[in-house]
Design a protein around this ligand. Structure first.
Ligand code: ATP
Length: 296
């Protein structure tokens, strides 16, 4: 069952159109990354589905039904760092958060354990590192045991250790069966942490689906011969290729990842009367795939 279905969502701020007809689905039990550069509409998307912003048009469903107070209780959100009391301890701050939410008081010990703050629960918030502050914010989000968590750029501003801790935490929450929806402008983060993704560019959805499928690497074999026109015709006969691109001085043959075989390409050309003067295996980077997808 999809936990979220977004249908033709559009949002304008005056003359600025932040989202244009965006549609995608978040399947249950995934870590779903909304990836896009600054200003692409990630925060606007999260703001809309969490009822902070009203869409200009379009709609969304939570757990296959129109959003309701009941379905919203199953969602924990962390859109910006909450205002914790600096002079109070981590645990006291969570007690206050549970009181404000009117639920989750009984979860405090468990969520502190989850975010690895049990040992520091009695320390003042002001003594926490940035990473610990972010983990406390996530702990607060986990009060009431929501099944879906929504995070906006959860690793922003953290040092490499803090980033690694938050990423590990997200994977742990995923293993425990939570669905996580997170916005990120980092391709590397989405690739490392997420199972599914949607790519936004200037308010439009470029693509959505499984990360492994969208960011699938390809093998590229670069070849050239004295007569590239003839070479191109010959290469058309290779059956297991994905595509061939003539770039004038070289021709690129694309194969599904892991299937390119240089000696087979060489033999094939030779058997068809062509002697290659250039033969090179190149792997396509994820960055290249991302730039190609966003046409940037
Ligand atoms: P970032 O990573 O920088 O937060 P984002 O992908 O989350 O970017 P949004 O914050 O959703 O993108 O912004 C999308 C577009 O809407 C941008 O052009 C932004 O300037 C504009 N925008 C966002 N909020 C407002 C607002 N309150 N008033 C006017 N324009 C806004």
């Amino acid at each position: 069952m999809p936990v979220l279905t977004v249908e033709n969502l559009s949002k304008s701020y005056g003359r600025i159109q932040a989202l244009r007809n965006v549609s995608f689905q978040v399947p249950e039990g995934t870590i779903f990354g909304i990836l896009g550069p600054n200003g692409s509409g990630k925060t606007t998307t999260l703001g809309t589905i969490t009822n902070i912003l009203k869409p200009t048009s379009g709609s969304y469903q939570l757990f296959d039904k129109p959003a309701s107070a009941e379905s919203r209780r199953k969602i924990g959100t962390l859109l910006e760092t909450p205002n914790f009391y600096h002079y109070l301890s981590g645990i006291k701050n969570l007690e206050i958060a549970a009181e404000i939410k009117r639920h989750g008081k009984e979860d405090i010990d468990h969520v502190l354990e989850m975010v690895d703050l049990t040992r520091r629960k009695d320390s003042k918030f002001s003594t926490y590192s940035l990473g610990m502050k972010q983990r406390l914010a996530i702990a607060s989000c986990l009060l009431g045991s929501p099944s879906v968590l929504i995070f906006d750029e959860p690793t922003n501003g953290l040092d490499p250790v803090g980033i690694a801790e938050i990423r590990e935490l997200m994977k742990t929450l995923y293993r425990e069966g939570k669905t996580i929806i997170m916005a990120s402008h980092l391709l590397d983060e989405v690739e490392k942490v997420c199972t599914d993704m949607a790519i936004l560019k200037r308010g439009e959805l470029i693509i959505s689906g499984k990360v492994a499928e969208i960011l699938a690497n390809e093998d590229i074999v670069e070849v050239a011969a004295s007569d590239n026109k003839k070479l191109f015709e010959v290469l058309n006969g290779i059956t297991d290729k994905s595509k061939i691109v003539d770039e004038n001085s070289v021709i690129k043959i694309y194969f599904p990842v892991g299937t390119a075989n240089l000696s087979e390409v060489n033999n094939y050309c030779f058997n068809n009367g062509i002697i290659l003067n250039h033969l090179l295996l190149k792997k396509k980077s994820l960055e290249a795939r991302f730039l190609e997808l966003t046409n940037n």
